[in-house]
Design a protein around this ligand. Structure first.
Ligand SMILES: NC(=O)c1ccc[n+]([C@@H]2O[C@H](COP(=O)([O-])OP(=O)(O)OC[C@H]3O[C@@H](n4cnc5c(N)ncnc54)[C@H](O)[C@@H]3O)[C@@H](O)[C@H]2O)c1
Ligand SMILES: OC[C@H](O)C(O)[C@@H](O)CO
Length: 363
């Protein structure tokens, strides 16, 4: 495995070969040659230096869908990326060749009501890279609108630049539950998203924070990151029993807010039941389109059920948190693979027993 030095980049020539990680159809992932794209007006060409693999990419590969988005044609994967600008399209004045950038994967229309109200992540016409039917960013060279690139300072590596995307999800999630200093939180699931939420919640002063998983090594990792309590889910136990034990972790009342980060229906149900009266339960995990929820349990206790869809206006905050050293999350990157070994990187992420947290592909 040979990895190019982090700060080198190559301006493509007519002989440069571009490659991408293409999901041809469910269960069929291939490394393919694709043309080097030229940037249209307002766009720049980026040599993508690093892309992290998200649980959603693996879900698309293995299940042929993510939530309400079915794979309908061959498409590139990947939406957690950072890179370097290698060419400017007409009219671009805000960036220069050589600028190091994080790539915000969603490109909204910037004209509809939701966009005009600042909720551009809910734009009905948003082009989100790697969510079907749109190509992702797992290629050696891509183009992207200059507006949706964020310059990263020298003290943020490309690996951390790629982590800004899932970190954005975590910031948006902590915002959505209106988490507060000294108020309790339950996080269901200790994958990269649950752990990033843990990091953001801790930095916000949330306390105590309990986090669950079925996998003990992930819980051990969460403990090292400063979770107050870790709780191993026993699938043999009834949901009621699990919820009762989770409530007991918070003095019997349950958590002020609960964030479901697994996409598993029973985990959502227990998170609802483990939320204290008048608290908030947020669904972050993407699972089945239709799920059965304990409606009287949450309605008669005035527990607010909320959803999360990505993020908006988070990149500048995420960059400031990393650059200032307030958050250090680079330890979550457990494995890096050269672009040529991208398919191996996907296998590693998929293997639940590999000990991998965030796997990234380097170009
Ligand atoms: N809402 C959004 O905008 C958004 C954005 C990004 C990711 N997501 C979703 O968030 C979820 C988490 O992402 P990730 O990358 O951390 O995924 P992941 O699959 O790596 O992590 C999920 C974790 O949940 C654990 N788990 C499985 N069953 C469990 C159970 N019953 N109880 C407790 N823990 C259990 C797994 O062991 C794993 O550690 C995924 O569903 C992903 O698609 C949503
Ligand atoms: O962080 C972005 C998310 O992974 C995607 O929105 C995915 O969950 C659905 O498209």
């Amino acid at each position: 495995m040979s990895i190019a030095p982090a700060n080198e980049y190559t301006i493509p020539t007519k002989d440069t070969i571009n490659q991408g990680v293409l999901l041809k159809e469910k269960n069929d992932l291939q490394l393919v040659e694709i043309p080097v794209p030229e940037p249209p007006a307002g766009h720049v060409q980026v040599q993508v230096k690093c892309t992290g693999i998200c649980g959603s990419d693996v879900h698309l590969w293995k299940h042929g869908e993510i939530g309400i988005f079915p794979v309908c044609a061959p498409q590139l994967l990947g939406h957690e990326s950072a890179g370097v600008v290698t060419a400017l399209g007409e009219g671009v004045t805000t960036l220069q060749v050589g600028d190091r950038v994080a790539i915000e994967a969603g490109i909204p229309c910037s004209a509809c009501d939701q966009c005009m109200m600042g909720r551009y992540h809910l734009c009905p016409d948003v082009v989100f890279k790697s969510t079907p039917p749109y190509d992702g960013q797992l290629a050696r060279y891509i183009t992207h609108p200059a507006r949706w690139l964020h310059k990263i300072p020298a003290n943020i590596s490309y690996g951390e630049g790629a982590l800004l995307e899932p970190l954005s999800v975590a910031i948006a999630a902590v915002d959505r539950v209106r988490a507060q200093f000294g108020r309790s939180m339950l996080i269901a699931g200790s994958g990269p998203i649950g752990l990033l939420i843990l990091a953001v919640a801790k930095a916000t002063g949330v306390h105590p924070i309990a986090i669950t998983d079925v996998n003990q090594s992930r819980l051990d990792y969460a403990k090292k990151m400063g979770a107050t309590i870790t709780y191993k889910i026993n699938p043999e136990n009834s949901e009621l029993q699990t919820a009762k034990e989770l409530r007991a972790l918070f003095g019997g009342e349950g958590a002020e807010c609960s964030l479901e980060c697994t996409g598993i229906e029973s985990s959502f149900r227990t998170a609802i039941m483990a939320t204290r009266d008048a608290g908030t339960c947020l669904l972050v995990g993407v699972g089945k389109n239709d799920q059965t929820l304990p409606v009287n349990n949450f309605a008669m206790r005035e527990v607010d059920i909320r959803g999360l869809f990505r993020y908006h206006h988070t990149y500048p905050r995420a960059i400031a948190l990393l650059s200032s050293g307030i958050l250090d999350i680079k330890h979550l990157i457990t494995h890096t693979y050269d672009f040529a070994d991208a398919l191996e990187a996907f296998e590693k992420t998929h293997d639940r027993n590999s000990g991998a947290l965030k796997v990234q592909i380097i170009n």
